[in-house]
Design a protein around this ligand. Structure first.
Ligand code: HAM
Length: 431
């Protein structure tokens, strides 16, 4: 039988030696979002396909080319979520959360799935931290959401991400823009890919983010939406810029940003870097005033963003950002013989209950091999129990970095006292 050791293309394992970095980023993002009033929501990895067709849009690359869609055993069409906004909003609506005080502010940490061509920073299974603020139509909400993304980058020590902003207008002004785009692209119709030929009538804006090189080249000369937005949308955009100025958040207006998902209205934004290769968009978001109504709810203007955790990690590693150090083993309790092994097992359990990271032998190794393993774990202290120690009621503890030996009573209380006494400097330093 063939050995199965290859993960599917575009997926990535997070190994035990690296997972502390993920935990650090995830906890920081959740904590900072909490300070800004966002509480975590969790929702399913898969949804009815129709949810994404309707919200992300059936002429987008995501829906037309990238979704993992299958029929379940009950004959339903199911899709692994390609993003979080649609599922979050479905859950918020279904559970009546918009009946409480608005805005409703929710954050999420999720895996997402898109059948894209894998490269650095672009995977088929990837992870997002996102937030959504539902029931807030003012540009002040856009500014607050952007400020939260910035606060998370700052807290993680990431520097130099450029914030790029645009407004893509509302359905009213969009109609004018679509007309201009149709005229422009009609003149280049023969060079467009087949998918984009189909988009020309239905949704010409989607041609702008087609990944086909020929379409991308033609799109460079297309009219830009910012020239077509109505007075209300323009006032909203100016208000947002004013708020960002007041908050001291630098940005540039990039009139070519349209984002690849259909639900956006007015504000769209991205945080980008040139430091991690072609996939430099670390965070993307914007306003989606029509989505909740489209899903069957009351009109509820909303805004949010999502940041890609793989890209965030790449930026942090490239910039040499720190991660909270991984906790090292405090004490290794070695043993020789059955009685000593029983005693070591009891003490290990008791010390773990006290909150210490303690290890003992779980393999039946020789003392020499146990000490080698303790070394590998980076244990701060170690001791070896044998019949003599049990009889004498005493044990010699070795401080591994200095080689210092201290004899203490062989009981839980004495060991706890010893550990406290010998790690107090670090505890104070850490705090
Ligand atoms: P998005 O721009 O499609 O927006 O994705 C957000 C972020 O997810 C991107 O900026 C990128 O960092 C990361 N990302 C996207 N695709 C991949 C991939 N294939 N591999 C690795 N990372 C990826 C959304 O998903 C919207 N739901 C954001 C939003 C929330 N808008 C309003 N609320």
């Amino acid at each position: 039988m063939a050995i199965i050791t290859n993960a599917p293309r575009g997926t990535q394992d997070v190994l035990p030696s690296q997972s502390y970095k993920w935990q650090y980023i995830e906890q920081m993002a959740l904590d900072i979002a909490r300070l800004h009033g966002f509480r975590e929501i969790r929702f399913p990895v898969f949804e009815h396909t129709e949810l994404f067709n309707r919200s992300v849009g059936d002429t987008t690359d995501v829906v037309q080319k990238e979704m993992y869609t299958f029929e379940d055993k009950g004959g339903r069409s199911i899709t692994l979520r390609p993003e979080g906004t649609a599922g979050a909003m479905r859950a918020i609506l279904q559970n009546g959360l918009l009946n409480d005080a608005l805005p409703l502010k929710a954050s999420y940490l999720i895996s997402c799935f898109r059948y894209e061509k894998p490269q650095a920073g672009r995977l088929r299974e990837f992870h997002q931290f996102g937030v959504e603020m539902a029931g807030a139509g003012s540009y002040a909400a856009d500014a607050q959401v952007i400020a939260l993304a910035k606060a998370i980058f700052d807290a993680l020590g990431i520097e130099g991400l450029a914030l790029e902003l645009n407004s893509i207008g509302c359905p009213t002004c969009r109609a004018e823009y679509h007309k201009a785009l149709r005229e422009y692209f009609a003149a280049h119709k023969d060079q467009l890919c087949d998918t984009c030929k189909g988009r020309l009538e239905k949704n010409p804006m989607r041609i702008l983010d087609c990944k086909n090189p020929a379409c991308a080249e033609i799109a460079k000369g297309a009219p830009v939406v910012l020239d077509y937005i109505c007075d209300d949308c323009r006032a909203h955009f100016e208000g947002l810029k004013g708020n960002l100025d007041a908050m001291g958040i630098a940005y540039t207006v990039n009139p070519t940003i349209v984002r690849g998902l259909d639900y956006y209205t007015r504000t769209v934004f991205e945080f980008v870097t040139t430091g991690i290769g072609a996939q430099g968009t670390v965070c993307g978001g914007g306003r989606y005033d029509g989505l909740i109504e489209l899903l069957g709810g009351q009109p509820t203007p909303s805004v949010g963003f999502a940041m890609g955790l793989e890209r965030l990690l790449l930026v942090m590693e490239q910039q040499g950002c720190g991660f909270a150090p991984e906790q090292k083993c405090t004490m290794y309790i070695g043993s020789i013989g059955d009685a000593a092994q029983q005693k070591a097992a009891g003490l290990t359990a008791a010390l773990r209950e006290e909150g210490f990271y303690v290890e003992c032998d779980a393999v039946g190794r020789s003392v020499k091999a146990q000490m080698k393993y303790a070394d590998k774990l980076g244990a701060k202290f170690s001791c070896i129990l044998g019949d003599n120690e049990i009889e004498a009621g005493k044990v010699r503890i070795k401080r591994m970095d200095k080689g210092e030996i201290t004899e203490v009573a062989l009981d839980q209380e004495a060991l706890v006292q010893y550990i406290y006494h010998n790690t107090i400097d670090e505890i104070v330093e850490y705090e």
